[in-house]
Design a protein around this ligand. Structure first.
Ligand SMILES: Nc1ncnc2c1ncn2[C@@H]1O[C@H](COP(=O)(O)OP(=O)(O)OP(=O)(O)O)[C@@H](O)[C@H]1O
Ligand SMILES: CC(=O)N[C@H]1[C@@H]2OC[C@@H](O2)[C@@H](O)[C@@H]1O[C@H](C)C(=O)O
Length: 397
């Protein structure tokens, strides 16, 4: 036999294993920390036998958040900073994986793969960039080679590019995990994730793939967090204490809800590039609400998130007997969740914990699952969504 790259042999061996141990990594738009989910898989595809073995979120230090914020969702940024962060984040995430493994008393050599989302720094689907000649685009940094070499573990990364290459917007990828882990015959389900951006997957009771819908909805916590940072020097509105102490400004709320994105047909994606503080400031100028109390602003932004979700569900998902399962940090925001419970009074609403899926771990589990699919799955056809296996392979040696 001619000599060949032994990494390919390793890849083949791992793909053939009947039980794989994989780590899913998610660093979301909230920039709160790195979510690390250690999972085991004994199959792929429509009946994934999967177990969450360990989960941790390692919070980012403020200095790291500040460095990423310099380039995050900004139209102009220091290109040197982007370049440095790409390598730095890959290596840093590798260190955090080793730290988590040490904390769990698990040897890196017993982990078959890491599936890493990276850090989104800019999301630019055509519906946002409006530059005719350019395709849908998105950029996640924290290169997989650095993670692989740091940990010595096969790393699969940069999942979103293939989705775009196959006709999608690069998100939401939750579709693939939600269909596999969240479907239940006989129950109309919505899996709602309230992270920085809110998204949902609708899974109809009859499993009709043409009815399944997975889309971003609008802001999740991103605007609430931005206002808390700016006016209260706090990372977020813990247990919605600030929103509860303020009053919703109805004029500003109407102006915030008045954007073409909300009328566009789903599936669609968005990000803090659109729903950032400048969006709020423009709505305040239009309505003469620049001087409302900071507490009222946080109340109004929290209601904006809640009402955008409620409207989307009411107008797009006409099924009855809805069971809504919430995940993401927003599941712990009582102001938002209580509004949804009141406004969607006919629906059963709980967090994904009641499905056995830790609400904080759900997105990291998704990437572990996508990594497992990349190794040994088959492309899934779900309606008109891209039917592709995603992710790029990096080797530790
Ligand atoms: N106790 C709490 N009360 C209110 N809000 C909370 C609480 N805990 C977390 N959050 C919110 O959840 C956010 C973190 O959510 P999450 O980790 O799901 O975001 P993310 O993974 O960055 O999002 P995405 O994947 O959508 O980009 C925090 O920034 C905060 O706004
Ligand atoms: C480009 C990007 O990073 N998008 C994220 C973001 O955070 C929530 C929402 O916007 C979602 O579309 C996506 O993440 C999840 C994991 C997804 O792809 O399903």
């Amino acid at each position: 036999m001619l000599p060949f790259n032994q990494n390919l042999q390793q890849l083949f061996t791992i793909a053939q294993k009947t039980r794989k141990i994989g780590i899913g990594l998610m660093s979301g738009t909230s920039l709160d920390g790195l979510d690390i989910a250690l999972c085991s898989f004994t199959s792929s595809g429509l009946q994934p036998q999967f177990k969450l073995l360990q989960f941790i979120t390692i919070p980012y230090p403020q200095s790291f958040k500040d460095e990423v914020q310099q380039v995050f969702a900004r139209k102009t940024a220091d290109l040197e900073q982007v370049t440095l962060l790409n390598a730095f984040i890959g290596n840093y995430h590798g260190e955090l994986v080793l730290e988590a493994l040490a904390g769990w008393g698990i040897d890196a050599a017993s982990v078959d793969f890491i599936a890493s989302h990276g850090q989104t720094i800019y999301h630019a689907p055509q519906r946002l960039h409006h530059r005719g000649n350019y395709p849908n685009a998105t950029l996640q940094i924290g290169d997989g080679d650095h993670l692989a070499v740091k940990t010595g573990i096969l790393t699969i990364s940069d999942f979103r590019q293939k989705h775009i290459a196959a006709g999608g917007e690069g998100a939401p990828l939750a579709l693939y995990g939600d269909v596999l882990l969240g479907s239940k015959s006989g129950e109309n389900r919505i899996l709602l994730n309230i992270g920085g951006i809110a998204n949902l997957t609708y899974l109809p009771a009859d499993g009709d793939a043409s009815e399944i819908l997975c889309t971003d909805i609008g802001p999740g916590n991103t605007l609430i967090d931005a206002a808390c940072r700016k006016f209260f020097n706090m990372a977020y509105d813990k247990d919605s204490a600030i929103a509860d102490s303020g009053k919703v400004n109805e004029d500003l709320l109407s102006a915030l809800l008045n954007h073409a994105f909300f009328e566009e047909e789903a599936p669609k994606t968005t990000g803090p590039e659109l729903f950032g503080l400048p969006y709020v400031e423009q709505a305040q100028l239009r309505t003469g609400t620049e001087h409302i109390k900071n507490e009222d602003l946080v109340s109004t932004l929290s209601m904006f998130t809640a009402v955008a979700i409620e409207h989307f569900i009411r107008t797009n998902i006409l099924a009855h007997d809805l069971h809504v399962f919430i995940s993401g940090g927003g599941a712990r925001n009582p102001f938002v969740v209580n509004h949804l419970k009141q406004a969607l009074a006919d629906a059963y609403i709980a967090d994904t914990g009641s499905l056995g899926i830790d609400p904080d771990a759900k997105e990291a589990i998704l990437f572990a699952l996508l990594g497992n699919e990349a190794l040994c799955g088959e492309p899934m056809t779900i309606g008109n969504n891209p039917a592709v296996l995603m992710g790029k392979f990096s080797f530790g040696h």
